[in-house]
Ligand binder design. Structure first.
Ligand SMILES: Nc1ncnc2c1ncn2[C@@H]1O[C@H](COP(=O)(O)OP(=O)(O)OP(=O)(O)O)[C@@H](O)[C@H]1O
Length: 236
C-alpha cells in the first residue's frame, strides 16, 4: 500500500494582498501532515491576511497555493465549501450562534457541509464533544458556558469533518492564562493524533512552553525557523 506524502499546505512564490497592497512578498513554505506551526509577527504584519488567503477569504492573486488536493489559483466560488471542509478554522472570538444550543450550533455546520442522517450527526456530535473534553453540554446555550468551554465547542465544530489542517487565529487571545493553557494542551493532543495546525499567536510564552516550528511575518517577508534561526522576542 502507498501513502501520500504530499504536504497539507504548499505555498510557492506567493504575494499576499490586502485591498491591492502587497502585505507579504514572495513567500514560500510547506506544512506537512501532522506538523504544528506557529505564525508570529507584529500587529499588522500580515498573519491574518495569510490565513485568510489559505481559506479563500482573500483571493490568491499571485503565486501558487495548494491545500490538500485543492488548488487555490482561480478557485471557483462553488469549490470554496469543499476547501473549508478540508480545514477547521478557529478565531479568537468564539463565533457561536448565541441563540442556539451547542448541539444546534454543530448540527448547523454538519447540515451546511452535507450531513443528512440524524443518527450519524448525533453520534458525530458526541464524538467531537468528548474529543474536546466536554461531556454533557449539548443542550446548553453558549452563554451558559465559560469562555474556555465555548472555545472548546468551537474546536469541536472545527473537527467535525476531520480536517487535514486546523487554522487558528489567536485562539486563546481572549482567555485567562490558565484556561488558555488548557486549550493549548488540547491543540497539542489534536496535533498528536495527526492533524496539522497553523496557529497565529502573539503569545511568546506559549511558544517557549510548547516549542514548534515558527513562521514569522516581518517587513513584508516570511521567515521560517526550519530554514533560519531568528529572534522571537521582537516579533510577538
Ligand atoms: N480589511 C482590510 N482592508 C484593508 N487593509 C487591511 C484589511 N485588513 C488588514 N489590512 C491591512 O493589511 C495589513 C496586514 O494586516 P493583518 O490583519 O493581516 O495583520 P496581522 O499580523 O494579522 O495583525 P494582528 O496581529 O493585529 O491581527 C495591515 O497593514 C492592515 O492594516
Amino acid at each position: 500500500m502507498t501513502f501520500s506524502s504530499a504536504p497539507v499546505v504548499s505555498v510557492k512564490q506567493t504575494t499576499i494582498y490586502q485591498e491591492g497592497n502587497a502585505v507579504l512578498n514572495d513567500i514560500n513554505f510547506d506544512i506537512e501532515k501532522g506538523e504544528f506551526v506557529y505564525l508570529v509577527g507584529r500587529t499588522g504584519s500580515g498573519k491574518s491576511s495569510l490565513l485568510k488567503t489559505l481559506y479563500a477569504d482573500l483571493p490568491l492573486l499571485q503565486g501558487a497555493i495548494r491545500v490538500g488536493d485543492i488548488n487555490l489559483k482561480n478557485i471557483k466560488d462553488s469549490r470554496v465549501p469543499h476547501l473549508r471542509r478540508r480545514l477547521g478554522i478557529i478565531f479568537q472570538d468564539f463565533q457561536l450562534f448565541t441563540d442556539r444550543t451547542v448541539a444546534e450550533n454543530l448540527f448547523f455546520v454538519m447540515r451546511a457541509t452535507g450531513w443528512k442522517e440524524r443518527s450519524k450527526m448525533k453520534s458525530r456530535l458526541s464524538e467531537v464533544l468528548i474529543r474536546v473534553g466536554l461531556g454533557s453540554v449539548s443542550t446548553k446555550m453558549p452563554h451558559q458556558l465559560s469562555g474556555g468551554e465555548q472555545q472548546r465547542v468551537v474546536i469541536a465544530r472545527a473537527l467535525i469533518n476531520e480536517p487535514v489542517l486546523l487554522i487558528a487565529d489567536e485562539p486563546t487571545g481572549n482567555l485567562d492564562p490558565e484556561v488558555a493553557d488548557g486549550i493549548h494542551k488540547l491543540f497539542q493532543e489534536i496535533n498528536n493524533s495527526g492533524t496539522a495546525i497553523l496557529m497565529a499567536t502573539h503569545n511568546h510564552q506559549l511558544i517557549k512552553d510548547y516549542p514548534g516550528r515558527v513562521l514569522k511575518c516581518t517587513s513584508g517577508k516570511l521567515q521560517d525557523s526550519k530554514l533560519e534561526s531568528f529572534d522571537l522576542t521582537e516579533s510577538v
